[in-house]
Design a binder for this molecule. Structure first.
Ligand code: DC
Length: 230
């Protein structure tokens, strides 16, 4: 079957990454978690003192962008590729609430987006890629053969995220997670630069009542349909 480009966009914490990773593994495609790239930039800003008292020094971050080398590598014992920042595996560090609280602010900066979108296009230039994010079908790969817009009920999303973080041993509060999700959805959909929006040609999947296996099956059918029609 011909290898296609698959764009998966949607709200925060509705399982885009899990679905995209599983799909890429089954199809033997490259998986790119574009959100992890925005998170890695945010982690860099925190680590380098560019955020103080809740304020981000945007100019300093923009000036530092060329010092950031973000790559995805699969460690021998990992099932999926993990994100590396300047050679350091930051996969677990970028998932905490501190990075989550600032990432939408960082992702709203035009220069940050231009810097990352260029790298994302390079990663997918040969096709055979599954990339998830907010602007993949609208900006990064507007010609993607398959575009998915994933969504789910807010309470369900907060509960899933809560389970994921507590499962990793983090001490988190369900209500704080829900508030963070609502805030991020608002920032992601209303920002000036590449807001999250459903493109007309996207297939909408609400996975509130779908299991991971059901979603994956649905996606594989869509991929099979698209791959034979191109
Ligand atoms: O998918 P995620 O929750 O890991 O993404 C983290 C943040 O990055 C999210 O608040 C929106 C932003 N993001 C974005 O603006 N564009 C993308 N392509 C991916 C993520």
């Amino acid at each position: 079957m011909q290898k296609i480009t698959i764009a998966i966009d949607g709200h925060s914490s509705c399982g885009k990454s899990t679905l995209a990773k599983d799909l890429a593994r089954e199809l033997n495609y490259v998986y790119v978690d574009s959100g992890a790239m925005y998170r890695a930039v945010t982690y860099y800003a925190i680590q380098n003192g560019l955020i103080s008292n809740g304020d981000l020094d945007q100019i300093a971050l923009i000036n530092a962008l060329n010092d950031l080398n973000i790559t995805f590598q699969k460690s021998a014992d990992a099932v999926h590729p993990e994100v590396f920042l300047n050679g350091q595996n930051v996969e677990s560090k970028i998932r905490g609430l501190e990075v989550s609280n600032y990432v939408s602010t960082v992702a709203a900066i035009q220069e940050v987006r231009e810097f990352l979108v260029e790298q994302q296009r390079q990663m997918g230039e040969n096709g055979g890629v599954v990339m998830d994010g907010r602007d993949i079908g609208s900006v990064v790969f507007p010609n993607a053969e398959l575009k998915i817009f994933l969504t789910a009920d807010t309470d369900i999303r907060a509960e899933r995220r809560f389970k994921e973080l507590t499962g990793k041993g983090e001490d988190v509060d369900l209500q704080a997670i829900k508030e963070n999700l609502i805030k991020r959805d608002h920032l992601d959909t209303t920002r000036k630069e590449s807001p999250l929006k459903q493109t007309e040609d996207a297939v909408v999947i609400d996975n509130t009542h779908l299991s991971k296996a059901e979603q994956l099956l649905l996606l594989k059918q869509l991929v099979a349909d698209r791959s034979v029609t191109i």
